[in-house]
Design a protein around this ligand. Structure first.
Ligand code: PXP
Length: 252
């Protein structure tokens, strides 16, 4: 997203909020028409000071569709983070649209959402040409990985400037298991930053669980979708984004 500035202490000065607008399209697609339009969501996110937009073009196009991408890019000045599987099809689309960032995610057709992190360690040879072709096109590459030192090491070998740490396990765990997962995320954010990789985080974040993640000083960006769009049904997207923003700011 926008150029990150670091303070002398090496801490990002502000934690960016990227809003994933996929599920506006999920609701639209339920009826097959044009409403609600993810473009309108993008504009609202921009109006209330969101830092970026995230959209996942899945192989089955279950939410965002190809034609949405250019419309979303044209609708605001916000940087677009395109979540994509590591396939030739998605690479060609990314190279055509040139989003600010591309976050490579694992994708299985039958899953309801992105269930695990990318096995960057086990798939180096498959990922390397995709990472380099995206980077050569000026697209900032991010790898969506589990908070695991092997995956950070793999991201370093791949030359990825960004990793997004998967917070799904943290979000679903309770009690001590959640504390363990939180420590893992904090440790991996520190390890990534120490090695020159900008750490982001996302998946499953809500008003109730975001604060501990937002308090991790090395994190530069959170990408949040499903919960915000769900809350928007009750309180409006503006209020949902602003409340999440407030919680993130309060945690720093
Ligand atoms: N980051 C990545 C890489 C994702 O795949 C997703 C889900 O599309 C998110 C963040 C947002 O997760 P959620 O919708 O649970 O907030």
């Amino acid at each position: 997203m926008t150029q990150q500035t670091f303070s002398n202490a090496g801490r990002p000065q502000r934690l960016r909020l990227g809003v994933n607008i996929d599920h506006v399209a999920t609701i639209r697609n339920a009826r097959g028409g044009e409403h609600p339009d993810p473009v309108r969501a993008a504009q609202i996110v921009a109006e209330v000071g969101g830092d970026g937009l995230t959209a996942h073009l899945r192989e089955d196009r279950r939410h965002i569709r190809d034609e949405d991408l250019a419309r979303i890019q044209a609708a605001t000045n916000l940087p677009l983070n395109l979540e994509m599987a590591a396939t030739e099809e998605m690479l060609a689309i990314a190279l055509r649209h040139k989003p600010h960032a591309a976050c490579i995610v694992p994708e299985r057709r039958e899953e309801r959402t992105t269930e695990g992190g990318l096995d960057a360690a086990g798939q180096h040879n498959r990922l390397a040409p995709i990472v380099s072709r995206l980077a050569d096109a000026g697209i900032r590459v991010s790898l969506f990985i589990a908070p695991d030192p092997r995956q950070i090491e793999a991201a370093m070998k791949l030359g990825a400037p960004v990793v997004e740490l998967h917070t799904g396990e943290y979000a679903h765990a309770e009690g001590e298991a959640r504390a363990v997962e939180l420590r893992r995320i904090a440790d991996m954010a520190a390890l990534a930053a120490k090695n020159g990789i900008e750490p982001h985080a996302g998946h499953g974040l809500t008003y109730d669980n975001v604060s501990a993640i937002a308090a991790i000083p090395q994190l530069a960006e959170l990408n949040i979708g499903h919960y915000l769009i769900g809350e928007a049904i009750f309180t409006g997207l503006e209020n949902a984004v602003l409340r999440m923003r407030d919680l993130m700011d309060a945690a720093r």
